[in-house]
Design a protein around this ligand. Structure first.
Ligand SMILES: Nc1nc(=O)c2c([nH]1)NC[C@@H]1CN(c3ccc(C(=O)N[C@@H](CCC(=O)O)C(=O)O)cc3)C=[N+]21
Length: 287
């Protein structure tokens, strides 16, 4: 039997509708949440994601300001821009699109973003708070994955979750969030021995490696839920995931497509964090 294809776009639409209503409410009180997106360079993938973020903001009524800079910008200049946005009352969320050119330290950039405006959830303060389950901005892709799994009604507590990939922006944080949901979590990576042996134990398999089509039917337990976080652009611009969709869909119970799966959820969680940042700022102003 063929798996249920998880409609990330539809789930994202539902959540955006909720966000839109809250933004409208906030606006009636005279506050409008605002997001600044900094895009350095001309990478076509990054340009396309930033467009998606801009469009998302427009959809829900969040003010957005996209700042495009050439890849010759110095680190000092970029840090100064971030400092200005930290102090800008119209801006409640700041996102610097990654990756950055090699002469700029991503860590230095992230460390400059105020944790109160860090809607990516990338600053050490937010990561630390996430780890201990304290209030924080959750990283968008991991949060989107958890929200998606919950909304399709798949239980997480007590289940075996296997994450393939250990990046700071997806693999590591999604593992921690799944642990918080009381899953039993394993993290696999490039040095893992017997990868298929481990992934085959997963009730929920989350693949975030960034290598096109690396996970196939031989890695998946029949009936598993498969979440594909890969965004690999093939020549000819076709976007594919890390999972061989046609093959895995025949044995999984649920599977996310690429595009139309995790991607739209990521942007939606960014909008949710920006709304949250705006609400906090509004509250601080009234108090
Ligand atoms: N500071 C920072 N924050 C990020 O959140 C961030 C980043 N840097 N750098 C790059 C990655 C990648 N990412 C995606 C977001 C949406 C889609 C998305 O909406 N994808 C659509 C398709 C879009 C298309 O076709 O181009 C989909 O899957 O349906 C994909 C990828 C955010 N990232």
């Amino acid at each position: 039997m063929s798996a249920i294809v998880i409609d990330g776009k539809q789930i994202a639409r539902d959540i955006r509708e909720e966000i839109k209503n809250e933004v409208a409410e906030l606006q009636q009180q005279g506050f409008r949440p605002g997001l600044a997106v900094i895009l350095v360079g001309e990478d076509p993938g990054s340009q396309s994601y930033v467009k998606g973020k801009e469009k998302g903001c427009e959809e829900v009524g969040i003010y957005s300001r996209v700042i495009r800079k050439p890849d010759t910008i110095s680190q000092a200049e970029l840090l100064e821009m971030i400092e200005e946005l930290n102090a800008d009352e119209q801006i409640h969320g700041i996102l610097v699109q990654l990756p950055l050119p090699s002469h700029i330290s991503e860590q230095a950039v992230i460390d400059t973003i105020s944790p109160l405006k860090d809607v990516d959830g990338f600053t050490p303060i937010n990561i630390g708070n996430m780890l201990i389950g304290a209030e924080c901005f959750l990283p968008c892709t991991p949060h989107g994955i958890v929200e998606m799994v919950k909304r399709i009604g798949v239980p997480i507590a007590g289940k075996q979750v296997v994450v393939v990939g250990r990046s700071n922006i997806v693999g590591k944080p999604v593992s921690m969030l799944m642990l918080q949901e009381n899953a039993t979590v394993s993290i696999c990576h490039s040095k893992t021995e017997n990868l298929a042996g481990i992934t085959k134990q997963a009730d929920i398999l989350i693949v975030a490696v960034g290598r096109a089509k690396m996970i196939g039917a031989e890695h998946v337990k029949p009936g598993a839920v498969v979440i594909d976080v890969g965004v690999n652009r093939l020549e000819g611009k076709k976007l594919v995931g890390d999972v061989r969709f046609d093959e895995v869909k025949e044995i999984a119970s649920h599977i996310t497509p690429v595009p139309g799966g995790v991607g739209p959820m990521t942007i939606t969680m960014l909008l949710k964090n920006t709304l949250e940042a705006g609400k906090r700022a509004a509250k601080a102003k009234v108090l």
